[in-house]
Write a protein that binds this ligand. Structure first.
Ligand code: ADP
Ligand code: MG
Length: 282
């Protein structure tokens, strides 16, 4: 039996949230409406979310429901139209110090080798060269890139290039790591391995992680909690606690409980995906 924070799938039923003051990052009543070519599009919310310090939280939801919009708001890349967004008790205004973002797109710089890609952000921030060397060597070693420090992205596999992007975030020593479908372009086996890498990084850094993924198995395997979003404008219709041990890895996929979690996620998402199809938005 899976413990769930909310038993109701009704859109209006609020999922219970930790108070803003106790949360590491929090959204309250956040909405986002895009205006383009004279039309308004209500993309997100109102949405509430509380991330506990050090938790691994994943978000799943139908395509176009506002997942990336939610992540951009936490990253300070996109201000909410209404509601509030907080990180470590402060309002999010611009990219907050201590927040790192990893995107699906291969965001490595093709003209820089792995070492210089990883050092890029620190150099730009004017960090002391000795400190840069220390942090870059650590991140490159941690992500298994030591033998590739002098290689260029074009010489690496997709999985290795995404490791470079994670290392680039890791050197910034983020306390909150936001990942937007980071493994979406990778094959299934590489994704499972990258999931293990991400769990190792999460344990090592004690960072809070928010992962957006379209892969239900990824969400079920990696997370402490999985938030399921409705069709656009996205809100949380359910939050499922997985109950995994902190020392978990990809082998949890063989446990019966893993099947229970993915079944529950699909039960919720299927309804939303069908709604989406009926509006021809897939
Ligand atoms: P998801 O990540 O869940 O697929 P997004 O947050 O990217 O969804 O987008 C939510 C909705 O907002 C989609 O319908 C998308 O087309 C629209 N959208 C996203 N960004 C913009 C933008 N800059 N201008 C106009 N519409 C946008
Ligand atoms: Mg997206």
């Amino acid at each position: 039996m899976i413990p769930v924070a909310s038993e109701t799938a009704a859109k209006a039923a609020p999922v219970k949230q930790t108070p803003v003051e106790q949360a590491h990052a929090a959204l309250r009543g956040v909405t986002c409406v895009y205006h383009s070519q004279g039309r308004s599009l209500h993309a997100l919310g109102p949405v509430d979310l509380s991330l506990a310090r050090g938790e691994f939280f994943s978000v799943v939801g139908p395509s176009g429901c506002g997942k990336s919009t939610l992540l951009d708001i936490l990253a300070g890349l996109n201000p909410p139209q209404t509601g509030t967004a907080h990180f470590e008790g402060k309002s999010i205004l611009g990219v907050p110090d201590g927040v790192g973002v990893v995107f699906q797109e291969d965001a490595s710089f093709p003209w820089l080798n792995v070492h210089d890609n990883v050092a890029f952000g620190l150099r730009r921030a004017g960090v002391d060269p000795t400190e840069i060397k220390r942090r870059v060597d650590y991140a490159i070693g941690f992500m298994g890139l030591k033998d590739f420090a002098a290689s260029y992205p074009a010489q690496l596999s997709g999985g290795m290039r995404q490791r470079v992007c994670i290392a680039r975030t890791l050197v910034l020593q983020p306390r909150l790591i936001l990942l937007d479908e980071p493994f979406g372009a990778l094959d299934q086996q590489t994704r499972l391995i990258m999931g293990d890498e991400l769990l190792r990084l999460w344990r090592e850094t004690s960072a809070t992680i928010l992962l957006i993924t379209h892969a239900l198995d990824e969400a079920a395997m990696l997370s402490d909690r999985v938030g399921v979003m409705s069709t656009r404008p996205g809100t949380f219709i359910d939050i499922i606690e997985t109950g995994w041990d902190r020392n978990r890895d990809s082998r949890v996929v063989s446990k019966p409980h893993f099947g229970d979690i993915t079944a529950r996620l699909w039960e919720k998402l299927r309804v939303e995906a069908l709604k989406m199809m009926s509006t021809r938005e897939l």
